[in-house]
Design a protein around this ligand. Sequence first.
Ligand code: UDP
Length: 326
Amino acid sequence: MSFKSRVLITGGAGFIGSYLAELFIDRDWDVVVMDNLITGDLGNIDHLMGQQGFQFFKQDVTEYIHVPGQIDAILHFASPASPIDYQIYPIQTLKVGSLGTHKALGLARSCGAKFLLASTSEVYGDPLIHPQPEEYWGNVNPIGVRGVYDEAKRFAEAMTLAYHRAHGVDTRIARIFNTYGARMRLDDGRALPNFVCQAIRGEDLTIYGDGSQTRSFCHVSDLVEGIWKLLHSDTTSPVNLGNPTEIPIVDFARKVLKATNSSSELKNQPLPEDDPRVRQPDITKAQDVLNWQPKVTLDEGLGLTVPYFEKKIRESGTESSTLSES
Ligand code: UDP
């Protein structure tokens, strides 16, 4: 019998989930990953397979879930998470945020485990308050194309606090802002994978709208440290986790060109429906209660991320003809 703590990570074969799995293994926890692999990828956890204390279950968290043995914490990270993915999987996105959160909370209750919900800055929608503090209730279009994700996560937050209040489950809610790093999928449609792949392939960078909309990008190594600290804190109300350095998307694209040493051009395309005009986390609460703030600058983070995309593109044989000839 193991005396180590044991964590279940739903969506643990995804981009952020796989870094969490690694972090918890490194910090001497046993780790169980559950993933239905619709947007997750076994390649992200290949290096953990076969390691002592690591287990993987291919399972859909929206159905009845059972994990044999003790569970001390559940990190509920299962969900499509890019605007393209949740438009491809709108019903799965709604189900995993609602039914999946219910199942994961039920398991936490029955095991006496702590429960941490991966929520999102999308709960603030197209925000009318800037930067966004946790007290802001948001400006969300429930019936727009992003509504399936935004409302699922808002429901998930409500469900999490209901289990806390009604059943005394020890819960945490992380509101995660734009996060990037290696292991993002080449084709997931988000700004960073799109721009980096386009730049490496020598294609035009697709700037939606005029590119004046802003985002604030957090490197995944900072984010998972924040999740670790949040789990070990006693804060049951939501906490923003993200990098507060805000940048217009067009300037972000230029940084990608520099980091990839690319001479691609920028090309404007129509702005998608309900694309938030601005986004920047107010991280005062995370600083105060978790003593956490990001350390990795965008330039450093791009430097850590670009080689992964170069390798993936080489392996997939999808370099542009100009680059593959050189
Ligand atoms: N974006 C863009 N070109 C792309 C992909 C995204 O201009 O090829 C913009 C998108 O419209 C949004 C921002 O980049 O304003 C961030 O998009 P992403 O999909 O990464 O995440 P979001 O923050 O919108 O969920």
